[in-house]
Structures are given as C-alpha cells and as structure tokens.
Design a protein around this ligand. Sequence first.
Ligand SMILES: [Zn+2]
Length: 649
Amino acid sequence: MDDLVQFRPAGLESSFSGDLKDESAGITEMPANLLRFALTHSSYGIVFRAEVEETSMFWTKTFIPTLKESPEGAEIPSHVLMLRAGLINQVMAGAYTYLPLGMRSLRKAESIVRQEMDAAGAIELMMPSMSPIGLWEQTGRDAAFGDVLVRVELKRHNRKVTVVLGPTHEEIVTDLVAHHVSSYRQMPITLYQITPKFRNEERPRFGVLRTSEFLMKDAYSFDTSVDGLNRSYEAMYRAYCRIFDRCCLAYLPVEAESGPIGGDASHEFMVPANNGEDKIVHCQMCGYAANLERAEIGSRQGSDAPTSLLPLQLVATPGVTTIEQVSNFLHCRPQDLIKTLIYLADGQPVAVLLRGDHEANENKIRRAFRAKEIALADPRTIEEVTGAPVGFAGPIGLKKDVPLIADYDVQYVRNGVTGANKADAHYCGVNLGRDFQVSQFADLRCAVDNDPCPRCTGTLRLRPAIEVGHVFKLGTKYSEALNARFLDTDEQLKPIIMGCYGIGINRILAALIETTYDENGIIWPVALAPYEVVVIPVNVTDERSREVATSLHDELSKAGIDVILDDRDVRAGVKFKDADLIGFPLRIVIGERGLAQGNVEIKWRWEKTAEMHRLENVASVAAEWIREERKTGERFKAAVYGTTKGRDR
Ligand SMILES: [Zn+2]
C-alpha cells in the first residue's frame, strides 16, 4: 500500500473528501467512472493501481526483448506482433508469459473491465481455480466438458482427491449463493471476478487467442424473476458496450443461441477479423447481426425461368455417396441435389431435406421438430428408415414413415437428384409435388453469403470474427442442480434465476491487434497502450538531447502520463523501428538540429507525418492530447477504422 500512496497523481493525497473535480486535485484527467468509483468506495488505493502505478520508465531499466524476425510457428498477425514487440514469450504450446509491456496492456484492459463492472453495480470477489470434481458431477458438466475440463489428482494424506481447474465458475458461485442467499430480499445481486481460467486445448494455436490458460472476467447474476434477470442482463450488455468502446474495438454484438430461456437471451460480442475462428452473419443495411448457428434467413425466392419437367429416372451410381461424388458422376451442380438427412430427435428418427450445397443447422432442425436434443442418426437407424445403406437416402419411397421437414430452398429445386433408398442408385428428374410430398417447410440451414436479410431487404454477409465477450441468460439450470433456492414474497421456495457473462481479457488485446496493425507493427489506442508516450532522443550521447529528453519525461510523468524514455545508446533507426513495432500511440523525437532551433517533433503512431512543436510547449500539448484521447479514443478510431464509432463499423 505504501507504494500506491507514493505513486498517486500529484495533489491527490491532499484530500479525498474535497472536491474531486478541483484541478488542484490532479485527477480531472481520470475517466469519469473512475471518479464515481473513488467516491462510492473507500478502497481507492486498489482502484488507482492500474492507472498510476509506475507511470514512467527508462527503456534501459525495463525488459523489452523485441525480435527482428517473425518467430517460427506464429501464424497470425496478433501472434507474430505480440511476440516480436516483446509483449509475450511462449513457454509451451498454448502457454505464454506476459512480459512487462504485455502485462501493462493486459492490466489496462482488466482495469477498464473492472471499472465498468463496478459502475454497473456488479460486486467483485475471487474464487479459487481449484474446485472439487463433485460440484461438476452434480451439474453434469464433468461429462459435458469431457477432455476440455482440466482434472488434477491431488494426494491428501492417504487418499487421492480429484479437483478441477475451472474453465468457468458457475458451479462454485452457485454453491456459494446456495449457502448464503435464501430470501428474495438478498437479490438481485451480480458477482464477478477476474481470474485465470483453464481449458485443455487439444490444438492450442493463434497465440493468446486459443490457450489452455487465460484471464477471464466472469460475472453471474442472481434474480428472483425473469423480469429481474432481463434487467441484470441489460445492465451487463450495456456495460460490455462501454468496455469495448473504451478499448476502441470495432465490435458487433451478435445474437447467439438462446439456450433454456429462449427468445433474445444470448449475445456474443464479436470483432470481425480475417483470422477469426467464428463466423458471424451481418446485414450492413439494417445492422442485423447473429452468429452462424443463430442467424435467420429472409424469405427465399426461386428462379422465374420456366423449366420443363423431366421424367423421373432411376440411375445406377455404384459406390457414389457424397454430394461431391454424385455431382461429379451425374454431371450436375450440388444445388441440383436434394440431400436427405436422417436425425434422431429426442431419440425418434426424423428426415430432413436440404439442397445439396447447403449446410444443415442443427439448432434450427432441433427447433423445427420441437426437440430437446438432436443428433445425426447412426448407420443402423438410417438403414431401418431408408432400407438402403448410408449415402443413398431420398424422399421417394422411404421404408419407414417418419416425420419429414424440408428447408425452404428445396421447393425451388427442379429436376433434382436424390438418393433412391436403394444401394448404389439415385433418382434423376426428381420434382416436388409430382414425385414426393412435403407437409412442412422450415428454415433448416446455415446462412451463406448473399442470403436475404431476415429483417430488411438487404443481403447478409458472412464474416470471420473473434469472440471477446458473451452474455447469456442461464435460467435455473445451475440453481436447480445445486439447490440454490430462495423464499419468495409469496413464501414459496423457488430456484434462483441466473445469468452468466464472460469477457476474455487476453482476447481483447489479440482482437485489437488483429484489426489495428500495419507493416511496421502494432497500433495501440491510448486506452490499452503499454505506454502512452515514447520519448526518443536521437543521440543520447549528446548531453543537451539527453537533458531535454529526461526533463520531458519527468514533466509528462508528473502530469500523470504513461511515458517511457528510450535512453538506449543505439542507432536512431533501431529506436524508431521498435517504437513503431510496439506501437506507442504518441512519439516525441528530440533531434540535435531541431533542438538548435528550439523545436521538437511529435507524431501519432497512426499518422504519416510528424508536427514540429516549440520545446517549451511540447509537454503540455502531449499531455492534453493524451488526456483527450484517453476519454474518447476518437483520433485512433477515425484514423484506424475511418469512423469515430467503433461499433457497427
Ligand atoms: Zn437487414
């Protein structure tokens, strides 16, 4: 705590009960919500930790191992750049050390998340990474997670205990609440923590985007009613928008699968990026956005061109089973095929018809059959239903009369090709109405590029994206499994209604870098930069340059700016290259020639040209720019995204 006091911004120690907006208090440049936090909580020492700790640094006193070459095995820009800029170091596949610069950016992201969680009324606690396997067995998640769950066997005296390294903490927090919350009077409450989480990634890759250990903010809301849950959810949703806005991410909240509560009950916060592992669907006309699992498709149209119907024909297709094989063998396009998929809907066989080039969406199929669970049928069931081996199913002459639903696009297939429900045979010239009947059509497939938007007349675009956050209405799954009940106003015992809300802190950094870099390196917004300003004396052996640089550094530091002085005795080119690679937002260069005329060069990382400023003004100019930029990120967003609105780019 002594260190914290020492590093408080100038003047702050004077009085906390005084007017915090007073210039002399020296904290007017702090974000508005931080002031709010400081006023409502007395633990201000902790709040200011990330903001003011070590605001200044000499390059030679810290540890910044930058790399000239792209490291082996790094596949995507964020991974390459985080390694090259000396932010992280790989320990093994999927495990990274955060070096001092990476750590600073991570702490800044964490601090923004914490401030906004607190401002939204969530309460911070810390749960252990290790928890007993028994809790996970009670909810069935030990089985559901399978090998992803990290289990560790511990020796306790003469017995062995299996513990889990938590990938999330629903079980632990629900168990906590079950023990201490028993009345409607104790709710609503939202609890959160920012702690490491564990997930056994079989194929860790993409740097910090997919690792077995990661830093996550996980929050859990507890309410007495669905209305209450909706309010808690809304508060988290809004907090997430503020967090990602402040982090200057170009993000999109997208609709996701809703789970047990149904309706509009889940959103993912996605950053569209070329190397994203997830797919989102987006309409630029109306802003509709959903993940691929969830995305609806607008009403489909067939071709208006008249087609004469060909006669139905049985053709021999020995050993030809896949869409690709059939279309090659019969010289037709995949979209001329109708594929027949046999599923088990809650254990009962059902048939689904899809156009050959389309991909089944199991969530949509599950909903269409009003089933709780859906799975592709096993070969034996398929043979029982079709009377043929796998690969020859078709809608004409199914052996068993099973419920059949077709995707909307199937109604526009003319003279199609289907399996014949006989080994090594297909039908050509298949036409709906004449050759087979469908009682129900539904949206059963995944969206593709240029599909009609479900909300407007626009078209949908598929984009890869990185998930940085997820908000989800859980309902009573965990409270029922772990017996978290409360006495309601009507004196009835009811299960607590829960929501859960996650943010991948490491992913904030990776997603940002993935979308904001150039050929020279990372481009940080002020909000997340390891240091906000780098001061570079071109020639440190020149005494005047060194003096000016040091006093600029001290002045900025005193003004509460995060500044690093590159005091290395190396060529100026090396310093410029490193500054660009690491991506400090503001660069101040002190050259001997400029100095002779009383001028210093100042430049934003994202701008092409530098400005010359009078030496006596440069500290106040830089401090003012940084304070503005901290609040809004507007210069960064305008330069990098072409708009000051990060969202819905
Ligand atoms: Zn639209």
